[in-house]
Design a protein around this ligand. Structure first.
Ligand SMILES: [Zn+2]
Length: 495
């Protein structure tokens, strides 16, 4: 994500503390395929992956193979019926397992079409199938619920609500960091990726859009249309986008024939035209530095909201309208930032939330590099300013790879982390730095990777052990000297 330079959101309804309900649900006679004992004694899947920042996010005991989501959308801020079908493979013999699910009104849960018991506790939906699931078995969980498209939570960085974001005539999603669970029952951790099929039924005058490609668009009785989208590639829950509104689709072609399709509220097509037209050039510029664009398409979803931040939802970045209605320099920074994330954060996913510096640091690095070359602030001057504040940020928010604040999205993860990459580039030189970046992106394309992986990849690509150089930058209590800039100094820490 990146914070809008121009926008600020007003106060919004904040979702009340998660309701804890208990429900015993029954379905048709069990057809669960497994027998107890096969593949080991069935035990509960872990409630979370033990992430240092969000320990209960994600779930143990299975991997999701595909989400199929069905939304019977009605009108902005109006509850509607929803269904999620989750196809998964058990990685252990399971007596029960969890999904991450918050808000909304739960109706039924079935496993392989049969009886399941479902209990909600906090943000966990604990599912006990009628009979255990053997290790290696493919199973299907079907969850029906009434979705609450006003469900959102607030982050303490004062600019950010996340979850469902109502617009004047529809909705957009802002799932980062862990708000996908408010949209659908999910394995809601950035390291967990699966393809998603979206079926969205909406009034025919509106347009529905989601990550990936449009598969079909079928008229339905009652003046409605059913849109089906497929994400094409696996996607982390935090990067899911689904929007409904009076959008115009604007198509163009980017570098290497990449289709670019923007979805723009009708009234904003003209006013945002000039800056949206910069995407092909930005794609070209990034392609020269980072190598092939990692997905089959891209586009900008212009958010008709007072959202204070943009988001790198996969193949379709959400950019608030205000970000495209100000100065060219600000618009370019926001656009290049989210486009860079398609490589860093989307294609190469985060292993844990403590690795956020790899995603935001890179997005900020290329955002500032591009801006410096296109009439914006000098990259070096911005990095010098970040250097001065770096010890204070270390003190307040934790070292770049070791956040200490539950609210992750602090300046250390942005300019503070771009500064680590700047230091690395100063240390190894531009050619070796580009080699490192390309090695990272090609090695971990479509996979999750973390800080240790980056240090290892950098060392291998540069042909020298960079751990002694990078570790103090990433984990140390004090910001090291900046290579080639002996005159750069940090401001003494306050408080
Ligand atoms: Zn970002």
């Amino acid at each position: 994500m990146t914070t809008s330079v121009t926008g600020r959101r007003g106060s919004r309804l904040v979702l009340a503390a998660a309701i804890v309900i208990t429900a015993t649900l029954t379905g048709p006679a069990s057809r669960a395929a497994s027998s107890a004992g096969a593949g080991g004694t069935p035990t509960p899947g872990a409630a979370g992956l033990g992430d240092p920042m969000f320990p209960l996010d994600g779930n143990g005991g299975y991997h999701v193979g595909r989400y199929t989501l069905d939304f019977d959308w009605q009108a902005t801020a109006t509850p509607f019926e929803a269904k999620a079908v989750i196809r998964a493979t058990a990685t252990q013999a399971l007596s029960r397992f969890d999904l991450d699910f918050a808000g909304n009104t739960l109706h039924t849960v079935a496993v392989n079409g049969g009886t399941a018991t479902a209990v909600r506790t906090g943000d966990e939906l604990v599912v006990t199938p009628g009979s255990p699931i053997r290790k290696g078995a493919v199973f299907t969980v079907t969850v029906t619920y009434t979705a609450d498209p006003t469900g959102m939570r607030h982050r303490d960085d004062a600019i950010e609500d996340y979850g469902w974001i109502p617009t004047p005539d529809g909705t957009v999603l802002y799932p980062q960091p862990n708000g996908a669970k408010m949209i659908f029952p999910a394995d809601d951790h950035p390291s967990r990726r699966a393809p998603v099929t979206f079926h969205i039924s909406a009034p025919s005058g509106l347009t529905a859009v989601a990550n990936g490609t449009l598969v079909s668009r079928q008229p339905q009785p009652g003046g409605r249309t059913r849109w089906t989208y497929d994400s094409e590639q696996p996607i982390a829950a935090q990067l899911v986008q689904m929007a409904i509104g009076t959008f115009t689709e604007v198509d163009r072609t980017g570098h290497g024939g990449i289709p670019i399709r923007d979805y723009v509220p009708d009234a904003l097509v003209g006013p945002t035209h000039t800056f949206r037209g910069l995407t092909p050039g930005q794609l070209s510029w990034l392609r020269q530095r980072l190598g092939p664009y990692p997905f089959r398409r891209y586009g900008v979803l212009v958010g008709d909201t007072d959202l204070g931040a943009a988001l790198e939802t996969q193949t379709l970045s959400l950019i608030p309208a205000a970000d495209l209605l100000g100065t060219r320099v600000d618009a370019e920074r926001n656009m290049v930032h989210e486009l860079t994330h398609q490589w860093f954060g989307d294609s190469v996913a985060l292993r844990t939330w403590s690795d956020l510096w790899l995603s935001e640091g890179h997005a900020r690095f290329y955002e500032r590099l591009y801006s410096g070359e296109h009439g914006g602030d000098s990259f070096e001057a911005a990095m010098r300013t970040a250097y001065e504040a770096h010890d204070q940020w270390r003190h307040d928010y934790g070292a770049p790879a070791e956040p200490t604040e539950p609210d992750l999205f602090k300046r250390m993860r942005y300019d503070g982390s771009a500064l680590v990459l700047y230091a690395l580039r100063e240390r190894v030189g531009d050619a070796a730095f580009q080699k490192i970046e390309r090695a990272w992106l090609s090695t971990y394309r479509d996979r999750a990777a973390g800080t240790r992986d980056y240090v290892r990849t950098a060392s291998k690509a540069a042909g020298e052990d960079l751990e002694p150089f990078l570790n103090p930058w990433l984990y140390g209590p004090k910001t090291p000297p900046m290579p080639n800039h002996p005159d750069w100094v940090t401001t003494p820490v306050q408080g």
